[in-house]
Design a binder for this molecule. Structure first.
Ligand code: ADP
Length: 484
């Protein structure tokens, strides 16, 4: 099958968070299954484009035809189409510009406008999050009269329902979408234009990144006002767990860590722990359980719960090393705690190499998320034999099982309610388990043995693609004539 995989970020060309990891690794896994997958993304200033590219194409938006260039790159054996349009994308960052609405409306339209110059017609366009979601609306309205586009199936994956791409009606006018799409059954959402909603309404199939999150987003608690719409589309919605890239995250071959190890040599984690403690300036204490955190520092990731609990966690004799960036309201107290308390160090920056060392050198990995579509941190930590302590929500529920509930099969520690006492209780249990020693090595080995690869999930995506194309083939006038 031919799949065009659209994303605003794809590791290693551009990564802001988990979406970048997924877009960098799922296409490789689909290629391993024999599919012809190609990525399409904007060319930001940070992405080198040495070649002249495939030519120029015209993007019809904002009442004008804009000339963009189609360049190419690759992520290992996956070809990448780069939409090169200087006025909107030749900037250092992926997101957070005042004209993001225009930037990603343009991208959504360009995904379809570039196909003739690419000379490659996919069976499926797979859109990811709001940044590419508008392509679904264009495909099913503006382009529906064009036979070359009519049979293309459309799948959209929600990586985080919180980020929907909400803009004013003026942006809707600018997109040039047909006027009739401006209604609650189309792209309109309480008087605003909602990009993610466009994807949910117009895509043939909608997926999200874990089975539990697929159920949660159909409830008011997690639905961000789209739960009603999602309930009404429940038949085309499913949850497929992310995997992690085993070539990037592999303790046996990791070039960034002090001592490489496998399931049978995982005792060498102690060398990584000592090296990490030294690097970050924590007391060199092997008996002190070391808790690592690598995360965006935001409300979603549970920092309103974690920060007030830090003094209590330290009182348990644990150490904390944190790497992350995010909201000032959480960064500032973390900086203060890091400067004034022994046993906690916070690095408020983005640092791939330090992330690898924290995953390898910590005993535990903490993720007390308020909601978590899938979560990669807990999966990477499992792969490194670092025991996750997580809140039972979304993908965290689908990847971590509590040792108390399942002493022989559990691979971590869970708590349910988003509350300080429950968080502390889970950490106390984890620390006690670590101190007791019995079962600790077996737990680490079980964590490392958890299957976190993309293989099964890539097969599940392939099945969704097939289902999405079947729907379109029956709509194709050509095939209808043939079968009638
Ligand atoms: P998100 O909601 O941010 O996508 P995930 O757990 O799905 O959360 O993925 C986060 C990814 O970003 C992981 O690969 C994690 O290691 C990485 N990451 C997050 N913050 C940092 C940071 N400050 N430095 C390096 N890597 C980070």
């Amino acid at each position: 099958m031919k799949i065009l995989f659209a994303s605003a970020e794809a590791y290693p060309l551009a990564k802001v968070g988990g979406l970048g990891d997924v877009a960098g690794s799922l296409p490789k896994a689909l290629r391993d299954l024999g599919h012809d997958v190609r990525i399409v993304m904007p060319r930001y200033a940070t992405i080198a484009a040495s070649n002249k590219g495939l030519g120029t194409f015209s993007v019809a938006i904002g009442g004008a035809d804009h000339e963009a260039r189609l360049r190419t790159s690759n992520i290992e054996d996956v070809p990448v189409y780069l939409v090169d349009f200087t006025p909107l994308f030749d900037r250092p960052k992926v997101y957070e510009y005042p004209d993001d609405g225009q930037r990603f409306a343009f991208f959504g339209r360009a995904i379809l406008d570039l196909l003739p110059v690419a000379g490659w017609w996919p069976d499926i366009v797979h859109l990811n999050d709001w940044h590419s979601a508008l392509a679904a609306a264009y495909l099913k309205t503006t382009f529906s009269g064009d036979a070359r586009y009519r049979t293309i199936g459309c799948v959209m994956t929600i990586h985080n329902l919180q980020h929907q791409g909400l803009f004013g009606r003026d942006l809707f006018e600018w997109t040039g979408l047909p006027a009739e799409t401006w209604n609650p059954e189309g792209v309109e959402f309480y008087g605003k234009m909602n990009f993610l909603k466009a994807g949910i309404v117009y895509a043939d199939k909608v997926t999200t990144v874990s089975p539990t999150y697929a159920a949660e987003i159909q409830t008011p608690e997690y639905g961000y006002n789209l739960d009603g719409l999602l309930r009404s589309r429940t038949g085309k919605l499913s949850g497929i767990l992310n995997g992690i890239d085993y070539t990037v995250w592999n303790p046996a071959k990791d070039p960034h860590i002090a001592a490489r190890y496998t399931k049978s040599t995982h005792d060498r984690k102690t060398e990584n722990k000592a090296s990490l403690q030294k690097e970050v300036g924590l007391p060199a204490s092997p008996p002190a359980p070391l808790i690592g955190i690598v995360s965006r520092v935001t409300e979603q990731k549970g920092f309103s719960l974690l920060i007030p609990a830090i003094p209590d966690i330290l009182r348990l004799g644990a150490q904390i090393v944190l790497l992350g960036t995010g909201e000032k309201v959480y960064e500032e107290p973390l900086e203060r705690l890091s400067a004034t308390k022994t046993g906690v160090v916070a690095y408020l920056k983005y640092d791939e190499v330090l992330a690898h060392r924290i995953y390898a050198g910590s005993d535990f990995f903490l993720m007390p998320s308020k909601f978590e579509p899938c979560g990669l941190g807990q999966m990477i930590s499992l792969r490194y034999g670092t025991i996750p302590i997580v809140r039972a929500t979304g993908g965290l529920s689908d990847t971590v099982g509590d040792v108390a509930a399942d002493p022989k099969g559990g691979n971590g520690f869970l708590f349910s309610k988003f509350s300080g006492p429950e968080l502390l209780d889970a950490i106390s249990r984890a620390v006690a388990f670590y101190r007791k020693g019995r079962g600790w090595r077996a737990l680490q080995q079980r964590a490392m043995a958890t299957d976190l690869s993309w293989a099964a999930s890539a097969r599940a995506y392939a099945a969704v693609y097939t289902a999405a194309t079947v729907g379109n083939l029956t709509r194709s006038p050509q095939l209808r004539t043939r079968s009638s």
